[in-house]
Design a protein around this ligand. Sequence first.
Ligand code: ADP
Ligand code: TZP
Length: 278
Amino acid sequence: MTRPADDLLATARQALIRVRHETPLVQCLTNQVVSNFTANVLLALGAAPAMVDIHEEAGPFARAASGVLVNLGTPHAEQRAAMTEAVASASRAGTPWVLDPVAIGSLPVRTALAHRLAAQGPAVVRGNASEIIALAGTGGGGRGVDATDEVESAAAAAGTLARATGAVVAVSGPVDLLTDGERTVRVTNGDPLLTRVTGGGCALGAVLAAFAPPAEPSPASDGDRLAAAVAAVTVYTVAAEVAAEHSTGPGSFAVAFLDALYGLDEETLEKRAAISWA
Ligand SMILES: Nc1ncnc2c1ncn2[C@@H]1O[C@H](COP(=O)(O)OP(=O)(O)O)[C@@H](O)[C@H]1O
Ligand SMILES: Cc1ncsc1CCOP(=O)(O)O
């Protein structure tokens, strides 16, 4: 069923309120480059980060967490074991988890792991266009962690991947495209400075985990996983726009971005959000 974009905006407002009120506990199994930035982004938003990524802790923790991020940016052996354990446990417990298949395609270890994990029921898969195309099996990946494909060229792959995995697929880029395999939404907020700070994409994966609705719908969330993911992307990219207006380059942007996530009010979100159905 298609909902009006106004309804998505209302969901985004509600979701922001819910995150700030409920302080979701977000378990991050993420890469060593962006770990600190990711934790700060979650804290600024009002969520509670926990980088619990070792074997024999990751599984039990995933049962209790509100959401889990599995980001394949620097997947050393112990982290791979912890990811496998966390995903199995999250899936059993109904904890929503997000897969970010960083730099898959030509790198064999993470590519095989991404395919294995994608088959285990992620709530969301987030990546740039090249990563999504590679995970869908229709392309060879990008240039390291960067995309070499345009977002629009990943639209078909995103739909295929969403239908194959049951996940909402979020393709990041100048326009963010999100689909559950039937419905597609585009968010045209954001700022290029997000690509000049390491973690601009990876931290979004953590925010998607913070916004992912609980398995059981509650009065604060209608359980629409696509709408929740759109909310996460809109909050994140509108905050980036606000931050860019107070920045002179990547360094001041990174600081201003945390401030903008912290201070983002519903009126600004409503005024700036650029959400459309495909
Ligand atoms: N040219 C751009 N203009 C505005 N926002 C952008 C642009 N490129 C990327 N973004 C934003 O930056 C975030 C990360 O995207 P991207 O850098 O493409 O992902 P990744 O880090 O996975 O390669 C997304 O939320 C997206 O909205
Ligand atoms: C540089 C780098 N190398 C491995 S993971 C990583 C971080 C990439 O983060 P993002 O794509 O979000 O900037």
